[in-house]
Ligand binder design. Structure first.
Ligand SMILES: C[S@@+](CC[C@H](N)C(=O)[O-])C[C@H]1O[C@@H](n2cnc3c(N)ncnc32)[C@H](O)[C@@H]1O
Length: 317
């Protein structure tokens, strides 16, 4: 579908009263969108990548308390953390999007694709926990049983910028494909809150998708199509609750992390060489606010950003 039609439909649904908008949008996503067939592999993989990035810094995430910003529809990421040995995951979402039927389908996918899961998790998988999950999935458990069994504390509506958690109470502050949907000022507040609630030797790990998400389903546009519009034009075209994208580039994130008191430990932006060439040759239309940016910064499509609470030493006293 052409991205402008999709944006138009989303704007239309988003203009309805909130509860009506949510109850209209879900069946659309389920029938025509990304929720047609549930395959949690991508999110399990994201949890594994988060885990490995923690391990790469010399920390042992086993037994750790994880915090997830932006739960979404399912709890695949917290379940993956638990399968690898997390103590618990506190997951918060501004919107109560969680859907029981989708979680059951994702559990069923895990149960019926045993060997794929064993390969995916490899030596990280705790066999007893995996067996328990497979048994539980067969019993079609209630949502409360699922959350309790996998040590998931779900809070929604809840704002990751104001968690009410005690200072230094979590080990790992994480998200996957969430930060790009957060307005810049709220992003800064979420990262300051991360700095406050993460233990001195904890870690902050976020996977951010910098692409124009409309390009995922419309092959006629590239991943930086949205950079041709001014902020005002873009807000008018697609500034709805279902598809808001802040369009911040990699360097903006690094700056915001630093300003929020975090110290970058690792970042590995994936840069698309074909987009770099397009920008350098002047073949990518760019709004004035993006014109003077380095091509690499504009052409970064994804990054894992790993940071530590920079005041770790101060926190230790
Ligand atoms: C694109 S969804 C991603 C959900 C999930 N991580 C996934 O991969 O499916 C972004 C989620 O972030 C949530 N969100 C946005 N702002 C938030 C905030 N300030 N605090 C907590 N959650 C927030 C939205 O409600 C939405 O569910």
């Amino acid at each position: 579908m052409h991205w402008k039609y999709k944006a138009f439909i989303q704007n239309l649904v988003a203009s309805l009263p909130e509860q009506l908008a949510l109850s209209v949008y879900y069946p659309i996503q389920r029938r025509f969108g990304g929720l047609r067939r549930i395959d949690p592999t991508k999110r399990l993989q994201a949890a594994i990548e988060t885990w490995d990035r923690i391990v790469a810094t010399g920390r042992n995430p086993k037994g750790g308390v994880f915090f997830e910003v932006g739960t979404g529809r399912m709890v695949s990421v917290p379940i993956a953390y638990w399968l690898m040995g997390a103590k618990k995951t506190i997951t918060v979402d501004l919107n109560r999007y969680l859907k029981h039927e989708l979680i059951l389908e994702s559990l069923d996918y895990i149960r019926t694709n045993r060997s794929q899961m064993e390969q995916l998790f490899a030596e990280r998988l705790i066999p007893d926990r995996f067996d328990f999950l497979c048994e539980l999935a067969e019993a079609h458990p209630s949502i409360d049983t699922i959350l309790t069994s996998f040590q998931v504390e779900y809070a929604s509506p809840a704002d990751a910028a104001h968690t009410h958690l005690a200072s230094d109470s979590i080990d790992y502050h994480t998200s996957y494909t969430v930060l790009e949907h957060i307005p810049p000022q709220v992003l800064a507040d979420i990262l300051s809150e991360a700095q406050r609630i993460t233990k001195p030797h904890g870690l902050i790990v976020h996977g951010v998708d910098y692409t124009d998400h409309f390009s995922h389903n419309d092959s006629t546009i590239d991943a930086i199509n949205f950079l041709q519009f001014t902020t005002r034009e873009w807000d008018r075209l697609a500034g709805n609750r279902f598809m808001y994208m802040n369009r911040l580039r990699h360097s903006d994130y690094l700056r915001t992390f630093n300003k929020s008191g975090l110290e970058i430990v690792a970042d590995d932006p994936q840069i698309d060489p074909s987009l770099v060439a397009k920008v350098q040759q002047g073949d990518a239309p760019l709004a004035a606010e993006f014109k003077d940016r380095p091509a690499d910064d504009l052409a970064a499509t994804f990054a894992w950003i790993v940071a530590s609470p920079a005041q770790a030493l101060a926190k230790c006293g």
